[in-house]
Design a protein around this ligand. Structure first.
Ligand SMILES: [Fe+2]
Length: 204
């Protein structure tokens, strides 16, 4: 296990717990940016899957199963946003959000599919470890994206860690590198959202 796995989650938790979730505009933009990058989850999985030939059948099957689980999750973020009285069209996709998912396509091709496990691991770990106590700030019909992932991801997490441990040391290194890159870019995205919400408050 990478020694900084938990430390990275702790950093994310401290940041998440300090954000202005009670601010409707902040949470709505968070949902919009989430919608934008989650639109790529199934496509990123499909890109990885295309690298797994029959000699990597077990990875192929695990990724196909994961793709099925992720199907239409972007619609959950969109429906939460609609419940907040907004839609993704009300928010521009931030450059940091694009950097977050665009880099994954490159890494997938560079590592023949396996690096995506670092991105998956981080995104499945944060609802479980970092978002505790946040749901109370949102109406029940607008918290489904986080709620679904808090409920579903604990069992996925052990599974993903097991898959990573079965790979070569070189592949594991690339996965951990991507895990930390994903964590840092995600935190940059949250900080940008907090900046925007502060600017809006000041201008009001
Ligand atoms: Fe999901």
């Amino acid at each position: 296990m990478n020694k900084n796995y938990q430390k990275q989650l702790k950093n994310t938790e401290l940041l998440i717990q300090s954000l202005p979730w009670e601010d409707k505009a902040f949470y709505s933009n968070y949902l919009a940016q989430t919608y934008y990058f989650v639109c790529h989850s199934t496509r990123l999985l499909a890109r990885s899957i295309s690298h797994f030939g029959v000699e990597r059948d077990s990875l192929y099957r695990r990724f196909v199963a994961h793709l099925k689980e992720e199907n239409y999750h972007e619609r959950i973020a969109e429906s939460d946003l609609l419940a907040m009285g907004m839609s993704p069209n009300d928010f521009e996709e931030l450059a940091i959000t694009k950097a977050f998912w665009e880099s994954q396509y490159y890494k997938i091709d560079q590592t023949k599919g396996t690096s995506l496990l670092g991105y998956i691991l981080y995104l499945e770990a944060i609802p479980v470890h970092c978002f505790k106590g946040i749901l109370k700030y949102f109406p029940e019909n607008a918290n489904r994206f986080l709620k679904v992932h808090m409920e579903e991801d604990p069992k996925h997490l052990d599974h993903v860690l097991q898959v990573i441990l079965e790979l070569s040391v070189a592949e594991q290194d690339q996965i951990w590198d991507n895990y930390h890159q994903t964590a840092e870019l995600y935190q940059q995205m949250l900080l940008k959202l907090a900046d925007i919400s502060r600017l809006v408050v000041k201008a009001a």
